[in-house]
Design a protein around this ligand. Structure first.
Ligand SMILES: Nc1ncnc2c1ncn2[C@@H]1O[C@H](COP(=O)(O)OP(=O)(O)O)[C@@H](O)[C@H]1O
Ligand SMILES: [Mg+2]
Length: 478
């Protein structure tokens, strides 16, 4: 494995095993520590440069004075006694050609660059060197006539200053690193506290499977929350919806088991009766088996309705472009065949004939069938059930009107409830689920289904598509 790959693999493992809080703390600390160390290092170099620069200025000044006084003196005269501790400065003149060297040995080190400065091949320069084990600074300047002046100054105070600066800056940098660690820890703690709360709640819900929990949101004006608060808020919204759906499902199951109990008991009674058929007269046996068949059909219908109702809570099935007029015409014809005693006049307004809506055809058919079945069921024989499809405002409207007893004002608020059946309707077959299902389908299509008393008697059901015309889900002409 290459070094880079190994490093990456190590990094991945590190990220997997470290909690996000530790990672954030380390990252924040490292960033602050790097800045502290960087600033201290930069300060050190600036201080060192400034100190040497000061010394170099002194050297230049002394050299200028020496050169001016040298004009009146022969070469070599300015090379004096050069002991580090006794003389604060010492100098010597060096010719470009070693053949011109004076007889006496040089005090200061003479290197090839010094000769080059003397000959003019090199610019004047400064350098550090050690004299008798002590730090010193050397300036090399040309003085004309193929000669260079070497001037040395003691640099121990500068060295001491630089050492002190280094020590001080290391201490400051070290304190900065410690402070960075503390800051990083604090930042990660306070910054991730809401995330920790979110995690704890999510884990609690996962463990208890109880969606009633909510994450406490910090108080503050809505619309100005931070990302974590917004995340918590949407988490809460999700929990609310989950809770609602779980509750709805539980209620449906409870309602269903309650409603199934009575017909199932009757079924069992008749079945038990038939089991002892040898003790029954043929007439009794016929009655019992007739009742059994009827009850079986009823329970089957109830269960089918329940399944249909529950299925509607599944994720949205594929939408199709539905031509409502054609669908209505077809469904009305089917109802007319199913209820031969009831005429179903269908009035179709011309503007409504071409309207196409996104929807699920099977569901819309079911909705309309439920309305038509109710109308026919509650109508006296021969009374017409009038169906009308029209466009009102920008909205498609379907009405089903019968001439039966209508719905009393006491029952009107409840007819769309699951299993609700008006007192007068109990004698007729039915489950009380038809209208609940119809409204559920209507809502899934963005339509609203209402019931009212028709003027002149009878019930009137009104289905209005589109929530306000023109928008999505609104009617489109084709
Ligand atoms: N066209 C109607 N005329 C009078 N009452 C109606 C009509 N449609 C529905 N209802 C009332 O609404 C109740 C609920 O209807 P529904 O949900 O279809 O159940 P079901 O038809 O199985 O009784 C009915 O029991 C009845 O009381
Ligand atoms: Mg019904």
């Amino acid at each position: 494995m290459s070094g880079g790959r190994r490093r990456r693999a190590l990094g991945a493992r590190w990220r997997r095993h470290r909690p996000i809080r530790t990672r954030l703390a380390l990252a924040a600390s490292a960033a602050v520590a790097l800045v502290a160390i960087g600033v201290c290092t930069a300060a050190f170099f600036v201080i060192r440069y400034e100190m040497y620069h000061q010394l170099d200025l002194n050297l230049t000044q002394s050299a200028t004075i020496l050169i001016q006084s040298d004009r009146h003196r022969p070469v070599g005269n300015i090379a004096g006694e050069c002991r580090y501790l006794s003389a604060p400065a010492c100098s010597q003149v060096v010719p470009a050609d070693p053949a011109d060297d004076p007889a006496a040995p040089y005090h200061l080190p003479v290197t090839p660059p010094v000769r080059e400065v003397a000959s003019g091949a090199r610019a004047p320069y400064f350098s550090n060197f050690r004299m008798e084990g002590h730090p010193a600074r050397l300036a090399v300047t040309p003085i004309g006539g193929g000669r260079a002046l070497q001037l040395a100054l003691r640099a121990d105070s500068v060295e001491r200053g630089i050492r002190q600066a280094a020590l001080l800056l290391s201490a400051v940098g070290g304190a900065g690193v410690l402070l960075a660690a503390a800051l990083g820890y604090w930042v990660s703690r306070t910054g991730l506290a809401p995330v920790a709360r979110l995690t704890a709640t999510a884990e609690h819900i996962a463990a208890t499977r109880d969606p009633r929990h909510r994450i406490e949101l910090p108080p503050g004006p809505p619309g100005r929350e931070d990302e974590v608060t917004r995340l918590a808020a949407s988490f809460n919204t999700m929990l609310g919806e989950l809770e609602q759906s779980v509750t709805a499902q539980r209620r449906l199951v409870a309602d269903a088991s309650h409603e199934l109990r009575t017909p199932l008991t009757a079924l069992r009674t008749n079945a038990e009766l038939l089991a002892k058929s040898d003790r029954l007269t043929p007439a009794q046996r016929d009655r019992a088996s007739g009742a059994l068949t009827r009850q079986l059909r009823e329970v089957t219908g109830l269960v089918n309705d329940l399944i249909e109702l529950a299925r509607d809570e599944e994720p949205q099935p594929l939408l199709e472009e539905v031509r409502v007029a054609a669908l209505a015409e077809h469904t009305v014809a089917a109802a007319a065949a199913h209820w031969p005693a009831t005429p179903f006049p269908f009035h179709l307004a011309p503007q409504a004939a071409t309207v196409v809506l996104p929807g699920v055809p099977a569901r819309l058919t079911r909705l309309l069938t439920n309305l038509l079945d109710n109308a026919a069921k509650f109508s006296p024989s021969g009374a017409p059930v009038e169906v009308e499809l029209s466009v009102r405002g920008a909205r498609l409207e379907l009405t089903v009107r019968d001439h039966g007893p209508g719905i009393s004002a006491d029952d009107l608020p409840y007819v769309f409830d699951r299993f609700y059946r008006a007192e007068a309707a109990r004698a007729l077959p039915g489950s009380g689920l038809g209208l609940a299902m119809a409204r559920q389908i209507a809502r899934a299509h963005g339509a609203e289904l209402t019931a009212e008393q028709a003027p002149g008697g009878g019930a009137l059901f009104r289905l209005r598509f589109g929530g306000g015309g023109g928008g999505s889900g609104g009617a489109t002409e084709s």
